[in-house]
Design a protein. Structure first.
Length: 201
C-alpha cells in the first residue's frame, strides 16, 4: 500500500511533471522506442522458448545444430532433454539463475559472432552435468568401484565423453544435420511470398 501523499509524487514522476513539453515528448518517445525494440528482439529471438524444456529452443541460434542432431539420435533422446543434463535441478532458484546466466552468455556470444567452432562445456557447466549424471544414474554408481574397476574421483564425462553427443561434434562436422528449421524472424505482415514464375504454354 502506498502511503497517502506519495500517490501524487508517483503521478508527477510518471507524467514528468515540471519537465518542458518538448523534452517530455522526447522522453516518452525514447521509452516507447526502447520498450518496442525489447518486444521486437524478444519476438524474433523466440525468447519465450527458453523458458520451456523443448530441445528445439537450443537450436534457435543454429550453433547447437550438431549437438541437437547427435542428441536426437542417441539413447538419451528417449529419456532426457537438454535441460535434464545441462541445468541444475537441486533447487528452482539455482535452476533459473543458471538458465538465465547461461542463456545470456550464449546469446551474447552468438550475437557478437564469438561462438567457438567446437562447443565445449565450461567448468561450471561440467559440474552441473556431473551432478545430473549422478542424479539419474546414481543407482548404477553405488557399486561402481568394484564392478567398473575405477573409483568415483573423476567426472563421468572423463570416460563417457561421447554420451550423448558422439565423438565428433563441431559446426563443420555435421553441416547437413537434419534439425528442425528455425521459424522465420521477419514478422508475418512483412514477409513477401516467393511466387513461382509463370509457365507459358
Amino acid at each position: 500500500m502506498i502511503p497517502l501523499g506519495d500517490e501524487s509524487l508517483i503521478k508527477r514522476m510518471l507524467t514528468l511533471d515540471g519537465v518542458p513539453s518538448k523534452l517530455r515528448l522526447a522522453a516518452f518517445g525514447s521509452v516507447g522506442a526502447f520498450l518496442g525494440m525489447g518486444v521486437f528482439v524478444g519476438t524474433i529471438s523466440n525468447a519465450s522458448s527458453y523458458l520451456s524444456d523443448d530441445p528445439k529452443a537450443c537450436i534457435n541460434c543454429h550453433v547447437m545444430a550438431p549437438e541437437y542432431a547427435s542428441w536426437k539420435h542417441s539413447s538419451h533422446a528417449n529419456v532426457a532433454v537438454c535441460n535434464d543434463c545441462h541445468v541444475p535441478h537441486d533447487n528452482v532458484l539455482r535452476e533459473y539463475l543458471f538458465h538465465a546466466k547461461d542463456g545470456l552468455r550464449h546469446s551474447t556470444l552468438f550475437t557478437l559472432r564469438m561462438e567457438r567452432q567446437v562447443i565445449q562445456a565450461l567448468p561450471e557447466s561440467q559440474e552441473v552435468i556431473q551432478e545430473n549424471c549422478v542424479r539419474c544414474h546414481g543407482d548404477l554408481l553405488t557399486g561402481a568401484k568394484g564392478s567398473a574397476g575405477h573409483s568415483l574421483d573423476r567426472n563421468c564425462i572423463d570416460c563417457h565423453r561421447e554420451v550423448p553427443h558422439g565423438r565428433v561434434h563441431s559446426l563443420t562436422a555435421t553441416p547437413n544435420a537434419a534439425v528442425p528449421l528455425p521459424s522465420p524472424v521477419t514478422p508475418a505482415p512483412f514477409r513477401t511470398r516467393q511466387s513461382s514464375p509463370e509457365i507459358k504454354p
